[in-house]
Design a protein around this ligand. Sequence first.
Ligand SMILES: *Cc1c(COP(=O)(O)O)cnc(C)c1O
Length: 446
Amino acid sequence: MKHLAGKSIPDWKKEHPILQDVSDKKEVFWTNPDYRGQHKPENLHPDAIEAAEKRLERFAPLIQTIFPETKAENGLIESPLRNIPALKAAIEDQYETKIDGRLLVKCDHDLPISGSIKARGGIYEVLKFAEETAIAGGMLALSDNYSVLNTDPFKKLFSRYQLSVGSTGNLGLSIGIMGAALGFQVTVHMSMDAKQWKKDLLRNKGVTVKEYEDDYSKAVEEGRKQALTDSRCHFIDDENSEDLFLGYATAASRLKRQLKEKGILVDHDHPLFVYLPCGVGGGPGGVAFGLKQIFQENVHCFFAEPTHSPCFLLGLVTGLHNGVSVQDFDLDNRTAADGLAVGRASGFVGKTVGQMLSGSYTINDDRLFSLLKTTADTENIYLEPSALAGFYGPVQLFNEASGKQFLNEQGLNEKMKNATHIVWATGGSMVPKEEIERYYLRGSEI
Ligand SMILES: *Cc1c(COP(=O)(O)O)cnc(C)c1O
């Protein structure tokens, strides 16, 4: 019989009954028994976020030059925070629930350059590598105007280096677009989930795309293996990279500013709830890490995963993080939410944010498509399936017994009328129109 950390799977299920439901592909809403409102992790200092913010500011003049769509934000890659009252009303009606407080969407599907949350972490890591390479080559100082990076001598320098990454699609898109724009040679190892249009787009930019008949973990492993043989190759390690994580974390101070601009308070009497779609964990983990440093016990972060790919949830419930895969619990890691089709979570992220998360839940594919249609109909927002996972969170928080119990235990019931719920829309604006139409049609058939 299969054993996991010395325990049989039936014994794991006996110890944590929720694992039976997870294994049966039921939707679950899990709240974290190890949650600490205020918690400083030992392995990563919060000051590192500020250094990442400063680095992105140094790059802003360059980004603005290469990608004019970032001019409105002065070269920062940022997305709007939007009120969605019509969607809130529709969801309340559809699910016969009342969502106390206001509901907003963080529009990372509209992030410039690559149209997904990966435009935060992925692009940040490419920029950091470019900066280090240029400084090591004696061609750049921190005080320079980084627009010079868009000139031939730098492109020539960068063309001697390789970037390599394994991806279900969106990370490859971010690394490929930014890497190619700076002049790097880029290789993207794509899992079988990756969409054809993403491969085509990258190849058109001169990026080498390698395809695998296997899932995300395999694509990452292959990328890592090939990078090891070449000292001029920088491997962007989606499973372990601190740089990616910090790039995502810079979203927090930007969100703080946006909340302030909208006059929205977050404090002891005005709790903030954030619902983040999760694949390997880096994107949502980095954002949650950043938010916890700023808002501490007044922010509650929940991760959302497909019922067929709940790797992060399994890692948290068992405490094994990357020591457990969805296949261990007889799940197939097959989901239309390609950005979340990950069978084994990041161990680094699990250990770093494990005690900061208020909870984690799962959602089935049909519901993703149904929410996709509702979001389009009510707010004219068109998202890719992965990006809808967050929208089910507020419903479950108020409907599920575990959610109600959480609000009770945390003393939040009286404060919920002052609450702000933010669903993180993680991708979609680059998806071709025909593909979006197919998604919408599938949502209409449910
Ligand atoms: C990558 C991705 C996520 C999740 O990020 P991870 O770092 O893999 O956890 C969520 N939504 C979309 C659209 C993505 O591309």
